[in-house]
Structure formats: structure tokens, C-alpha cells
Design a protein around this ligand. Sequence first.
Ligand code: BJ8
Length: 431
Amino acid sequence: MSAENFTVRPYPEMWAALDMDVPRFDKARQMLGEVYGKMFLGQVNRPDRMAYFDEMIAEIFGRRVEELLAAKKEGKPVVGTFCVYIPEEIVVAAGGICVGLCGGSQGSVPDAEKVLPRNICPMVKSAYGFKAGRICPYFQAVDFVYGETTCDAKKKTWELLDRLVPTHVMEIPQMKRARDKTLWLEEVRDFKAKVEEVCHTSISANELAGAIRVINDKRRALQRLTALRAASPAPISGKDALLIEQIAFYDEPVRFAREVNLLCDELDERIGNGVGVVPASAPRVMVSGVPMALPNWKVHNLVETAGAVVVGEESCIGSRYFKDLIDESHTAMEAQLEALTDRYMQIDCSCFTPNDERVDQVLKEYRASGAQGLLHYSLQFCHTYNIEEIKIREACEKEGIPYLAIESDYSPEDVGQLQTRVEAFLEQIRG
Ligand code: BJ8
């Protein structure tokens, strides 16, 4: 596939059957194809195994949606989520499919702003706008969605989203004391009961054990990919790695893990032969902060267009999603749910207070990645990440780590200004 002839394939009949705004969505499809072709296929010396992930984008509005619809036909639940706190193992154990519905596009923001305030997080607006504008086949295909109470923008939006699609909400505690963990375990139990009720099924310990293994394998594959990015020269671009982390939220997990491992085999070979996507002298940057939902490639594109390479994402679309595994040794349901709860409570989202473990985690990942500078990325109006940024900055200053904080939204308006700041940051790294 070349940059010029890459297209995201159209499925107008299926979209019409899903009650989508087909003419409008088709324009968005074409634009995505053009942007993707330029941004991804124009990269030099990409690993061959990226072909699978290119194909996932070419078929993002087609074949994968067909798979979801086929699963529904067989009576399997298809559940949409917006946060890595929602335990997808339980949906998979019920024979269902979990898809991430976080919005990463400016295109759906105006639909949301007809209803929601303008001065809230673009990720929330983008997600809501996809449903309100009927311009996302995944949103149209899900049986129901599961929101959470991580931040105010999200939890109040779920009340309105429920008017458009059945929306259930898990209460995520804001602290990590023993009583908060007890609350979270109760929420996990309720989540399981709700999934069972909606899906008319009862999950067995055996099924849950299988689902835990499947999702752990997906996480192990992503951990392997992250470890390989520490090599110098970097064997894969940050843009491609981010793309894979984004696809993790909608691909079939067993197939996805297999493909990531095949890619990692190729990266192993590249490292052995000293092959990289950039020269070993290119500045290496780690990105930390809010999740970058598809198709939000803004920061990575800025950094890599300026001649550097991104070597890690401390983010929920990144290491926060896969750094921790669930203990697979339990065979009884209650012990499995407790193990699952323990794993999920390790996620260090800035919605928690205190959240000092995130500062330690950022430094740990920074050292492991071989990065030479840290770029903190917040979305506009995300108070928790914007405020927690202060502690990350202080830690970097203390360690002498070159540091840049960016706060942005999904519009292209600030690209010129951000480019200047990124270039100055890379100059600082180059010394
Ligand atoms: S566990 S990071 S996926 S909440 S960026 S919507 S917090 S205003 S995305 Fe997140 Fe779960 Fe936390 Fe991860 Fe609100 Fe901030 Fe927007 Fe955010």
C-alpha cells in the first residue's frame, strides 16, 4: 500500500442499516484515509509487519464492524467503554466483545457542543458527538455502553448519553484505602451481574479464567513491544507504536496479540541487525499524560516530523493499559474477582488522590525507555492531568530530565505554535 492509494474502505449499506448519517460519515472516512496515508505510509523503513495494522485501519469502518454484528447475531454482547478501569475480562468471559469508544477527533466535537458546554475535555465531547451525530459505526453497533465516574466531565455526560444509548456507570473510587478497594470490588461484582443480566448468561470461573488469560496475553504482547522500543536505534516509530496501542481497544484480542508478537519477532531481528527507523543520534522522547484516542496522532506527529522518535507512552492508550497483569493462579470466582480488583486498583489515573505512584511510574518508564526528554501532554480542561503535571515537572527538574508540557485540544489551530515549542525542546535535548 502506498501513501497515495491508501483508502479506508466504504460500507455504505451496512452504515445505512446502522442508522448512520452516511453522506457525512463517508466524507470523514475519505479524510481519515488521506491523513493516514500521508502520516503513516510516508514513513521510511517501516517494519513489514505493520501491514496488518494498516489493514486494520483500511477496514476500521468495515470488516471489524461486521465481526461485531456477526457476534451480536449469535447473541453475544457488544459493549462500549471509555476508560481502562472497565474490566473487559468480564465481557470477554461472557462471550462478548468490548470496544473502546473514546473520541479522538475534532470532527465530532461540534455535534457535542450543540448540547454540552464548550469548555470541557475534547475527548468527552468527541465521544458524545460521535453518538449524537450518528457518525461512528461502533457506537451504533454496541448493545450498551459502560461509563465511569473518573472525572466530572465524563460522569455528567453519561447522564445525557443515556438518552441516546443505554449507559451504565461504574463508580470508581477516588482514593486507594482499604475501604475504597472494598467499594471497587463491589462495583466489579455489580458490573459482572449487569453484564450477566443484559446478556442472559452466567459467567463461570472457568470462563473468567480463560478471559483473564486472553487479555493478559494481549497485555504481555504490548509489554514486549514497549521493551523493544528501548533499543537504539529505535526499531519502530512512536506513531506506529501508538497506532498499535489504539487498535488494542477494538481488535479481536487473540488475533491482535498474535500480530503484535509477530511484529515483535521482526523488531527483534531489526535490533540484531542494527536497523532502525531513525538514526541512533535522533533525540528520544517519552510522552506522558492523557490518553490519545484514535485518530489523535497530533503530538507524535509533531515530535517525529521534527526528526525525533517517541519511545514510550505513559498513558491509558499506552503503558497504563498494559503494565499490570491479573494473577492467573486462581480457580474460584471470588478469588478471581479479588485478583482482578487488585490489578485494576493499580491503575494510576490522575483522578486519584494522592497519586504519587504515577510520578514514580513515569520515572521508572522514562529510565527503561532510554528517553532523553519527557513531554507531558494534557487535554484542555482536564483538571486532574493539568494539575498533576506540576508534580511530574518537579520530579523531572529534580532528576535533570529535559521537560516540556503541552496542553492542547483536537483542533489544528495550535499546531504552528506547538511545533516551535517542540523544536526548541528537541534543541535542548540535542544540547
Ligand atoms: S483511567 S486517564 S481512561 S479516566 S482526559 S476524560 S480524565 S477530563 S481519560 Fe482516562 Fe480512565 Fe483515567 Fe485512563 Fe476526564 Fe481528563 Fe478528559 Fe480523561
